[in-house]
Design a binder for this molecule. Structure first.
Ligand SMILES: Cc1ncc(COP(=O)(O)O)c(C=O)c1O
Length: 363
């Protein structure tokens, strides 16, 4: 049999061998301590801060999807903090794209710079130069919320330890480690879990020592995923390819609708042939994702759109089965115009979404 496709792999990723009378996916293991006599070093489960069988199963699953080892954390930010704080020390330099997730930039400003780490924020065109002599290169592709696309292979080839925040794409649409990155980071709060009901995050890498360093950090900092959230994410994994397929179809249809209107200032979606990131995205991604960004010209018009749309929930975050959107400038963390909206296409029927978005734009 040839290599199974992504839709096939997600269905069984991380499941144990079939055993008579046992469930396909065993339930969450809730435990603080486990029974333990004698030397803890010889026991598999000792105390959940050291490890938990429900985490191990999900880590196995997402690791299988990226051909790597995964370390799971309580959120995408916990995963980002683990990476930054294990990689950087006083005197280190990190080059970061200035459109990175605002929480990561805020963490760097609040907790890295005061500890003597040089944080070089650079716009897309200046990132390669900023990476010269840096200890760590941090980028997000496509970036949230502006959907800038970086040539991951070209940047990773510069020889600086490279982290790619893969949250907007996820492992089925883009494989940062295959492209040459040293680490992938994913907020599994988004499409990986896909139902707007939990927070999780993970780091992938192919280096055993780096895996151990991240596990040690998790144990000492206590950035622990809950077994129930982990189980829910694993429970949602088999539908990932289906959810993404519908989300991507809806996103390109919405992007085309928006691009065809002259009352929409700009539209960013890497799947649009005219998008500045299209050519690179076509080379390095297997699909363009479910997030579309556009500018309606003013705060007032953007808010009117959001309150007029019935199938588009006004909420932050993205990657859920529910279509949602928000006026991003309300957070004051991104350099975007007041009328800029980030929309995440869900799994509703395309025709219904297009009709609703059209009526909200006309309102
Ligand atoms: C690109 C990106 N990275 C990291 C995060 C942080 O993830 P979490 O909210 O799970 O902490 C987010 C959250 O929106 C994000 O969009």
């Amino acid at each position: 049999m040839s290599e199974p496709g992504p839709g096939t792999r997600v269905v069984r990723a991380g499941l144990p061998e079939a055993e008579q009378g046992e469930p396909f996916l065993p339930g969450p293991v809730f435990a603080a301590p486990f029974h333990l006599s004698g030397d803890p070093a010889e026991a598999e489960n000792v105390y959940t801060r050291y490890g938990n069988p429900t985490w191990a199963r999900y880590e196995q699953a997402v690791g299988e999807l990226e051909g790597a080892q995964a370390v799971l954390f309580s959120s995408g930010m916990a995963a980002a903090a683990a990476l930054l704080l294990t990689q950087l020390e006083p005197g280190s330099v990190v080059a970061m794209d200035s459109g990175s997730y605002h929480g990561v930039r805020a963490l760097a400003a609040a907790h890295l710079e005061p500890r003597g780490v040089e944080v070089r924020l650079a716009p897309p065109a200046g990132l390669a130069e900023a990476a010269e002599g840096a200890d760590l290169l941090w980028l997000e592709s496509p970036s949230n919320p502006e959907l800038e696309v970086y040539d991951v292979a070209a940047l990773a080839a510069r020889g600086v330890t490279t982290v790619v925040d893969n949250t907007t794409a996820g492992p089925l649409l883009q494989q940062p480690l295959e492209l040459g990155a040293d680490y992938g980071l994913t907020s599994a709060t988004k499409s990986m879990s896909g139902h707007a009901d939990l927070l999780l995050g993970y780091v992938t890498t192919r280096d055993r020592e780096r895996v151990q360093a991240l596990r040690d950090w998790r144990r000492l900092a206590g950035a622990l995923p809950g077994p129930f959230e982990t189980w829910l994410a694993h429970r949602s994994l088999p539908t990932l390819a289906l959810r993404l397929e519908r989300g991507c179809d809806n996103a390109i249809a919405i992007a085309r609708l928006l691009a065809a209107r002259d009352d929409v200032e700009t539209v960013r979606y890497p799947g649009l042939p005219g998008d500045p990131g299209h050519e690179v995205a076509r080379r390095q991604m297997r699909g363009y994702g479910a997030v579309v960004s556009f500018d309606l010209g003013s705060e007032e018009r953007a808010e009117r759109f959001l309150s007029g749309a019935r199938l588009v929930t006004d909420a932050t975050s993205f990657g859920s089965v529910h279509t949602s959107a928000e006026r991003r400038a309300r957070w004051r963390g991104d350099a975007v115009p007041e009328g800029f909206i980030r929309l995440s296409a869900g799994c509703e029927d395309t025709a219904d979404l297009l009709a609703d978005i059209e009526q909200a734009l006309n309102a």
